[in-house]
Ligand binder design. Structure first.
Ligand code: S3P
Length: 180
């Protein structure tokens, strides 16, 4: 497979659920005049039901298989901004394909800030359901190492969506200039 030139690579956003990958991704896509793709929405379109119902009806393994298939399809498209579900990087093959074909930004939010968002997330995120706060904190901590596979980290604590998007766009422009 030919290496995709840096400037044409799709931008991939990773990070724990609810850190703002979709919201920030949409703004980054607008600023770069690119299409935005949300992998969870693509899975939802395929099944005609949200992830919570896919987990309940078919189980997590089926969800993860489709997640992988769709990400493999999308990674070969150029000039997109793609938001991944928070569990996608649990699969090493997904990490590898994204590292090889896209530019990956890790949206990093501390536990202290993240835990304030839990009320907004709990109903729609199957992996949080049935867990107490300690177990959710454990999941948060366990997931952090998988996000270390990235090209750039963005600290999102106390940052507005617009500020994070601007940071991503500015750092991309710099990288494109430096490494063109
Ligand atoms: C998941 C995160 C969700 C979604 C699914 C599983 C996870 O996406 O893919 O509920 O395992 O962390 P978001 O990160 O967009 O919430």
């Amino acid at each position: 497979m030919n290496k995709i030139p840096l400037k044409e690579q799709s931008i991939v956003l990773i990070g724990f659920m609810g850190v703002g990958k979709t919201t920030i991704g949409q703004v980054v896509a607008q600023k770069l005049y690119r299409d935005f793709i949300d992998i969870d929405e693509e899975i939802e379109r395929r099944f005609q039901m949200p992830p919570r119902d896919i987990f309940a009806k078919y189980g997590e393994t089926v969800f993860r298989q489709h997640e992988k298939e769709i990400i493999f399809e999308m990674c070969h498209k150029r000039l997109k901004v793609i938001s991944l579900g928070g569990g996608a990087f649990l699969q090493k093959e997904i990490q590898d394909i994204c590292l090889a074909t896209t530019t990956i930004f890790f949206l990093d939010l501390t536990w202290d800030k993240w835990k304030d968002r839990i009320g907004l997330l709990i109903d729609s995120r199957p992996v949080l359901q049935g867990k107490n706060m300690d177990e959710i904190k454990q999941l948060f901590d366990d997931r952090q190492p998988i996000y270390e596979q990235h090209h750039s980290r963005v600290i999102t604590d106390d940052q507005e969506v617009e500020e994070v998007a601007d940071y991503i766009v500015d750092s991309l422009k710099l990288a494109w200039e430096l490494y063109a």
